[in-house]
Design a protein around this ligand. Sequence first.
Ligand code: ZN
Length: 302
Amino acid sequence: MVLKSIFQLKALTEIWTANDDLRKGNILRETGLTGSLRWWYEALVRGLGGFACGAVDGGCGYEPGKKDESGREIPREKQICPVCELFGCTGWSRKFRLRILNSDGKPASVECRAGREFYLEFLWLKKPGAEESWLLDRSLRIAAEYGSIGGKTTLKPQAKVSAVKDYGLFKVLSEPDVSSSLEEAKKFLGTYKASTTNDPEYPDLRNFFFLKGSFLDKDQMNSFFEALPGTPLENKQDLTIKAFMKGKVGDSKKIFSFRSGGGRVWGYTRNDAELLIAMGALKAELGINDIIIGERVMTGEL
Ligand SMILES: [Zn+2]
C-alpha cells in the first residue's frame, strides 16, 4: 500500500515556483514548492524550540552506524535535525515525493493563475511520524492563512494599483486528517539534536508578525523602514534591524505586502526585542494595531 497525504489548494494569485523569469508560462514546480514548504517548516520547527540547520548550509549529514567516542551507535535523530529528517540531507533521502495534480486528480502541468484549484500529493516513500504530519500540515496552513509561497513575492510594492501584482497567495480547501498535537510535536522536536545553535538570522516563527486586512503601499513601506533604528541594538550586532529588514545586497527584504484578498502583510525579525520595535513602527508610523504575532499562529486555532 502506498501511503499518501493529499491537500486540495486554490491559488488566490499567481504562484511563482520557477527559477527564472524567461520560462514560458507559469507552471507549478514541485522543487520550488518543496523549497517554500521547507522554509515554513524550518521557521515552525525553530519557533517551537527545535533546531533546524538551514538548507543553505548544505544541511546535516547522516552516517548509518556512526559511533560516538565510547563506541555507542549515534541514532539518526542525534545526527540530523527534524527538518532534514523529513526533507532529506546527505545520507538520508527525503521521506516523500511531491506531485502536483490537476483539479481532476491527475498529474499534470498546472499553470498557476488566480482561481486555479489543484492538489498537492505527498507520496510517502518512508512513513512519516504523526508529529511530522502535524508539522507539515501546520506549515502549509500558516503559509496559506498568513504568509505566501514561491518566489517573486512582492518585494517592492508600487503606488499605482494597476502596476501591482501579487504572487504566492493560496487557500487550503481540504487537508488530510492529522492525529498529533502541538504538545506532541514539541516533545518530538525535543528528541532531536540540541536546539541552542539556531542561527539568529534564520526565520523563527516566534519573531514573525502578520497583518490581515491591510497592506503597505510604497510610501508606507518606506516610512516603516525609516522608523526602524539604524544603530545597533547591542555592541556585538553587526547588522542593524533596519539593514536586516530592508535586506542586504542580494538578500530579500523581510517584510512582504499584498493587496489581494483585502490585503496582507507578513515579515520577521531576529529576536523578540526587534519584534517589538517592528510592531512599534507599524503602530506609530502607520496606525496599525491589529498585528498577529507568530506565537499565536503556531499555537492558536487556524
Ligand atoms: Zn538539518
